[in-house]
Write a protein that binds this ligand. Sequence first.
Ligand SMILES: CC/C=C\C/C=C\C/C=C\C/C=C\C=C\C(=O)SCCNC(=O)CCNC(=O)[C@H](O)C(C)(C)COP(=O)(O)OP(=O)(O)OC[C@H]1O[C@@H](n2cnc3c(N)ncnc32)[C@H](O)[C@@H]1OP(=O)(O)O
Ligand SMILES: Cc1cc2nc3c(=O)[nH]c(=O)nc-3n(C[C@H](O)[C@H](O)[C@H](O)COP(=O)(O)OP(=O)(O)OC[C@H]3O[C@@H](n4cnc5c(N)ncnc54)[C@H](O)[C@@H]3O)c2cc1C
Length: 666
Amino acid sequence: MATVHKINEDLVKERQKCTFNVQELTYLLDGGEEVTKERREFENILRNVKELQDEVPEVYLSHKERYENAVRKTCILQNVRNDFEKKREVLSPRNIFRAGYAVIKDVSPFFLHNGMFVPTIIGQGTPEQQAEWLPKAKAMAIIGTYAQTELGHGTFIRGLETTATYDAKTEEFILNSPKVTSYKWWPGGLGTTVNHCITVAQLYINGKKYGIHPFIVQIRDLETHKPLPGIKVGEIGPKMGFATANNGFLGFQNFRIPRKNMLMKNAQVLKDGTFVKGMNEKLTYGTMVMVRVNIVSDSAFHTAMAATIAVRYAAVRHQSQLKAKEPEVQIIDYLTQQHKLFIAIATSHAFSNTYTWLYQAYLKVVEDLGKQKQDHLPELHALSCCLKATSSRDAGVIVEQCRLACGGHGYMASSNLPIIYGYTTAAITYEGEHTVLLLQTARYLMKAWMSALEGKVLAPSVAYLVDWLKSDKQRWQNTPEVIVKGFQHVAAGKIKDAFDAIQKHVKAGKDYEDAWNLASVQLIKASEAHSRAILCDGYLRETVRTSSSVSPSLAKVLNHLVQLYIVYWTLETAGDLLVYSNIGKDDIAVLKEKYEELLALIRPNAVGLVDAFDISDEILQSTLGSYDGRVYERLMEEAMKSPLNKEPVNQSFHKYLKPFIKKAKL
Ligand SMILES: CC/C=C\C/C=C\C/C=C\C/C=C\C=C\C(=O)SCCNC(=O)CCNC(=O)[C@H](O)C(C)(C)COP(=O)(O)OP(=O)(O)OC[C@H]1O[C@@H](n2cnc3c(N)ncnc32)[C@H](O)[C@@H]1OP(=O)(O)O
Ligand SMILES: Cc1cc2nc3c(=O)[nH]c(=O)nc-3n(C[C@H](O)[C@H](O)[C@H](O)COP(=O)(O)OP(=O)(O)OC[C@H]3O[C@@H](n4cnc5c(N)ncnc54)[C@H](O)[C@@H]3O)c2cc1C
């Protein structure tokens, strides 16, 4: 029977102070009581699967052992999931994503199968293709990944070099990787796990290039798992994080696939080699839009994980005295600590709220596309780009801030903060590099600005540009609503400045593209400001909406958090607000006080707020952040698992140290 330990007394007191019902907030964050129950039930089943318990912590395994252990556990996880889903509802992707942490501890080698392979078949395949591939993919009779990036190109996908040349005689495509730079590089699971992949390649028919298209390709024998003739595949080696993701490389040499393997929902190649253009060639990029939307949710979860660890630790940890002769204080009582941590909690809420409406916008566009309507696609692309960029970047900063807030112990692998950081920082790059995505949004913003100048009606997310042109700047008030307007004014002002800078360079004789490059620092700043305005506006609106349907005590806490988020960003961007809005120095002074008041209001609820994220110890995997707060005991227990502690004297003493010391003595 597992030993039940006493909960740390500080945490007991913290939980007694909480002014709201933690369970109510958990249900709200999960999207309803049923979702929470389903999640907990599944997590509980996993907790009791003996084979999923690691005997040796993963960090002590070799690269190869770690991978093999991850595959072993992923297969068990998948089987448990299948059994669960046979009896009950299909688990939500978010609940699967969370539970995966309890099992894999890092990134699953199957991550891209569920994250991109299956969604691409759904999003890019015809009904016939879906009927052929989806049942096998969903049952995992075939395992796949998404192979787009190459050694030479990740961002500029029109420049991809893998070729798919149509042979009308045999009704096949011939895949080739003409140069070393054409090799696929990065796809998760590609190394040694998957037997299929979506390959994005340049289509050629009769010597003419038709741009990039997705192809479904079997790369390994289903029985022996050996690479098929004409395929060169392998793993790319260790990275900063993503230790068990099994990222791989892939090259083709005259590798033939049937015509039906080109995913043809958007564009088709007929038997005789006729190319039929789709409604919009950018629909080929559809899976990326979906994943960018999901990354906002991932960012919310990673921020919640880091906040849970650092807030619980700050409640347990005592260090230094505030006043002489008084006991050492809980570090959470230092205002600077609250400044580091409470924004982490609020940021997770901001991203969860943003994901809720962004995902609905995504579903609406998918529904419209089914009816051949694409009016909202450019707006969704612009929103998903800047919100993916900002949420992943903010999450990276916050996770690192939480690590720093845990002092030396935050640097321990057993705190789990390094793994969480490895994940969040990767998300800043993958699925569209940060700067590149901000520039995509900037492209949309420049067009929106031009339309605003021409008096056209704008899409809702940029409608503030019209208001800004029409009205004088609103009289400043330190209310959340007026501050959000202030953020919109900053965005509008920066968009105008970037636009004017481009025009200036063009007037001076530069090509538009060069003018764009010369203005690009201003363009990304405009995009960031737009993103912040969207985040604050959406978070505020969602909070107002939900507040009417929750208990008054919870509504009050949610209100404190959204205010904290808005005031925090006001103070962080005060310089911009002073330039572009009617805020005055005195308003900023008042907001500084307001910020300190909000920290004090949130303080008694800090532990309750992170408890409400309801991240189990198995998922959190942290010596510093466990529910019972046995920080020091766990640190010692984990240290004792080090192989170096298994023998009193390590052999290196006899081999190297002893002769070395002897020599030094002479
Ligand atoms: C709940 C959690 C569950 C699951 C977990 C979730 C996710 C995890 C899964 C995976 C993560 C792990 C691994 C990561 C995988 C990868 O990284 S896969 C590879 C991703 N690669 C990229 O993102 C590449 C980035 N580059 C691009 O997207 C493009 O090349 C580009 C930068 C957009 C430029 O493209 P292009 O040169 O063709 O276009 P432009 O000339 O710049 O623009 C032309 C017009 O097209 C419009 N456009 C561009 N993209 C899109 C789009 N996606 N949709 C709609 N429209 C688009 C653009 O706005 C221009 O429009 P215009 O101004 O009107 O002309
Ligand atoms: C952990 C991880 C997992 C991944 N998984 C997959 C996967 O499963 N499948 C897959 O296909 N890919 C995957 N990728 C690849 C990923 O999508 C690319 O690395 C990413 O899109 C960035 O492209 P890049 O590496 O070519 O960077 P580059 O584009 O070479 O970026 C280098 C620098 O150049 C700048 N830059 C580039 N273009 C411009 C521009 N137009 N304007 C201004 N600046 C520019 C960038 O801002 C950046 O600072 C993964 C990557 C990582 C790190």
